[in-house]
Structures are given as C-alpha cells and as structure tokens.
Design a protein around this ligand. Sequence first.
Ligand code: SF4
Ligand code: SF4
Length: 126
Amino acid sequence: MAVIITEECINCDACVDECPATAIVSADESPLDEPEFTYVKPEKCIECVDCSVPKCFDACPTPGAIAWDMPYTQEFDEYYLQRNDEGIYKIRVHKKKGVFSPSFQPRPFREVIDMQDRIEHKALEF
Ligand code: SF4
Ligand code: SF4
C-alpha cells in the first residue's frame, strides 16, 4: 500500500527526509496538478514494514495528517488506477513499461492493519 497525506497536513515537511523509500515529496515537488500538501508516492511506499512504526508517522507533529490507503498489490490495481485517473495520485509512468501500477510493481504492506481501516482511510495510530 501506501499511506496517504490528508488535509490535516501543515506542510512542515518533517516527514520528507525520514522516508526510507524516498516516497515522500513536499508540496512544491508534488506530481499532482494542483498540489496543496506534502505527497506520498504510493508506488514507492513500503509502509515501513521493517520498522515498529512508520517513519513518516513518527516524525509528524500533526494528528490525522497521515492515513492508511489500500495495499499496493495486484488485487488493488484497478483501485489505484482509478485514483490515478481522479487525480488523487499521479503514479510514475515508465516510457516503455507504462504506469507503475500495483500489478506491475507491488509493494510490501502491513498485513496487521484492518482492511476496514484502510477503506475508511483511518489516520495512523500506534
Ligand atoms: S510509511 Fe514509510 S515508506 Fe511509506 S511514506 Fe511513510 S515513511 Fe515512507
Ligand atoms: S510531517 Fe505531517 S504535517 Fe508535516 S508534512 Fe509530513 S504529513 Fe504533513
């Protein structure tokens, strides 16, 4: 999956340099058309599966600024492509290989997170 940054974000960028997957960029560098907030690239986020707590969450001073999205796995390929079409995400496109969608490049995710929490985009809590 991925985590997604919400409108609670205050654009402090404290999370940007903490991400082990270089998945986070500041609003100034966001690939979205009209970026308002710091942005997580879902095609890069690995949910910090090897850490006790996601590094972005650990660095963030703002409750509710980081929320769960669905696992970035083949099962959710259509889901992410749709969110890409809606402009919620802008997933990297390779010139020859096309969109780096979940089926093309699945990412690790935290299996312990309840699917309903992901569906509801619940804020991270640890
Ligand atoms: S959960 Fe980890 S890999 Fe994903 S954006 Fe946050 S710091 Fe980066
Ligand atoms: S640390 Fe939190 S508030 Fe600051 S930019 Fe990242 S998500 Fe936004």
